[in-house]
Design a protein around this ligand. Structure first.
Ligand SMILES: O=P(O)(O)OC[C@H]1O[C@H](O)[C@H](O)[C@@H](O)[C@@H]1O
Length: 529
């Protein structure tokens, strides 16, 4: 296509939302009119399905749940007065609580006010708060946020080490919808231990966001934590940023949560339209379908050209991959659906892997996120008439063009600035694109059976560890690996057993391995208390 035809295509397909000042450009995705026409029946059905979803139908059949994240920013459309009330009162409670913390009406026993916030959660209970914190935390937040999002002891030490001198004024927020996920539970126990080591009462520093009646909810109530905030059954983890999961930490950091909700509501208004040409989420879903042939054949590379949006790529990774990555469709056929997502930020990544994007295996499409405002206030010139922001803008355009010249498709989203309103809008834009795409390819985008399989397997490993330790502690002499696994009734799991023992030995847990480490089967194992 020559330059003038491309310019025409750009204008023909450009979506602009006036209220948000948001542009979506899909002109560099090479679908044609006949493809669009062929997709119409699928979209008509997807729009109907969306209507049912927003109306409160059970759209997560495996878990027998409604899918209600769209109600969070517009409680008026909630399917029952009880749900509407739940949304309204939770938001009010969050705002009132944040105010009390900011004005020291809620304060730690041994310090005049809370200065830091330690957020403990994983997956959907971490990525949204991390994304929003990086994008929107003001320069001098009322509380400085820190995250424990793993069960890595060394990682936990780093975070707790940073907080060591301010633990007495640190508020800890444990976020877990199920209230039983091992990683946040371990993080909470380690944090509690750190408080107790300093003679501090953890319960007077702790709050929780969790499902009502969950294990965590019961613990928080029985230990008399400062407060608990509910997470509804009808909100999935990866779509929970605009529930208490994301709003509470945001409010505590002094971020305007009403503006986030408003941005999402405005975007919902635009993406609810049952016409794909004027609906930005539908344009995204259409483009994803086209590039990946409806089978996720191309990966989505997300490149925000703005440091504060760096976590957006990881946030989208969970939203898209956990939602769309499914073995079976809704009719039970094996389809192995999904779209792989990765990315970091531009222009940084141009000096890392963009070489392959331009010249290597063409198994991706790019999504550029552009922010028009470089910074608040004027910029110095790095060369005559050129600022650092001009470079960033030029690099984005240049990469988009270079990719297109080599038949690599790209989408560009442009927002005027990174504000709570725009972050809310971006979240809503992608949430609905994922919903629509899920309907287009006929999968349940709201469950995650594969994750459960991994969790079950991990539980088996930990049980085996207990069995091995029991045998070793009862034995007086060293055992061969084979004898040990036989005694533990785990002869089928010798490799797992070996790896457990190697890990215990490396951490001074009493297990001693002797023999040739290069030949695991030759090892003898003993236990020293
Ligand atoms: O909030 P939680 O119940 O602790 O869950 C945290 C995360 O873990 C799970 O394994 C799921 O795959 C995620 O969707 C979820 O967000």
């Amino acid at each position: 296509m020559d330059a003038s035809a491309l310019w025409q295509r750009y204008q023909d397909w450009l979506y602009y939302h006036e209220g948000l000042g948001l542009y979506l450009d899909v002109s560099r995705v090479r679908f044609d009119d006949s493809f669009c026409t062929s997709m119409k029946p699928k979209f008509d059905k997807a729009f109907k399905d969306m209507e049912a979803l927003e109306g409160g139908a059970i759209m997560n059949p495996d878990e027998n749940r409604m899918v209600g994240h769209y109600w969070l920013r517009d409680p008026e459309i909630a399917p029952t007065p009880e749900i509407k009330q739940e949304i309204v009162s939770t938001l009010e409670k969050i705002e009132a609580f944040a105010k009390k913390v900011h004005t020291s009406q809620v304060k730690p026993p041994g310090a005049p006010k809370f200065t830091d916030l330690l957020s403990i959660g994983i997956g959907g209970s971490a990525l949204g708060p991390q994304f929003v914190a990086q994008a929107l935390t003001p320069d001098s937040p009322p509380l400085k946020i820190h995250f424990i999002d793993n069960t890595d002891p060394d990682g936990i030490d780093r975070v707790l080490g940073e907080l060591k001198d301010r633990l007495s004024s640190t508020l800890t927020l444990v976020i877990s919808k199920s209230g039983g996920t091992p990683e946040p539970s371990n993080g909470m126990k380690e944090a509690k231990h750190a408080y107790e080591t300093q003679g501090l009462d953890f319960s007077k520093h702790a709050i929780a966001t969790t499902g009502v009646g969950s294990k965590l909810d019961q613990l928080a109530k029985s230990e008399g934590w400062i407060d608990t905030f509910p997470m509804a059954d009808w909100v999935g983890g990866r779509t929970s940023e605009l529930s208490a999961v994301g709003l509470l930490p945001a409010a505590l950091q002094g971020i305007d949560v009403r503006a986030m909700l408003e941005g999402a509501k405005v975007m919902d208004g635009a993406t609810r339209k049952p016409d794909w040409k004027t609906n930005p989420s539908a344009l995204l879903a259409l483009s994803w379908y086209y590039v990946g042939n409806g089978k996720g054949e191309k990966d989505m590379v997300v490149l925000p050209y703005k440091d504060s949006l760096q976590v957006f790529s990881r946030y989208l990774q969970q939203l898209v991959m956990e939602s769309l990555g499914k073995e079976k469709d809704l009719d039970g056929n094996v389809v192995n659906q999904g779209i792989a997502v990765y990315g970091n930020k531009g222009s940084t990544d141009q000096h890392a892997y963009v070489q392959q994007l331009r010249d290597g295996v063409p198994n991706f499409f790019a999504t550029f996120i552009e922010v028009l405002q470089d910074r608040l206030g004027p910029s110095p010139e790095v060369e005559p008439n050129v600022t650092a922001g001009d470079y960033l803008s030029g690099f984005l355009q240049g990469t988009r063009q270079a990719l297109y010249e080599n038949q690599r498709d790209s989408i560009t989203i442009t927002i005027p600035e990174v504000t709570p309103r725009h972050v809310g809008a971006l979240i809503a834009l992608y949430e609905r694109a994922v919903s629509l795409y899920g309907f287009l390819v006929n999968i349940n985008a709201y469950h995650q059976p594969g994750v459960e399989a991994g969790k079950k397997a991990a539980a088996t490993v930990l049980n085996l560890q207990q069995d091995l330790l029991k045998v070793l502690k009862a034995e007086r002499t060293a055992l061969s690996l084979e004898a040990l696994v036989n005694k533990a009734g785990a002869s089928e799991n010798v490799e797992q057993a070996y790896k457990i023992l190697r890990h215990l030995a490396a951490n001074d847990r009493g297990v001693v391995l002797q023999g040739n480490l290069a030949q695991p089967a030759s090892l003898t194992i003993s236990y020293r208390a």
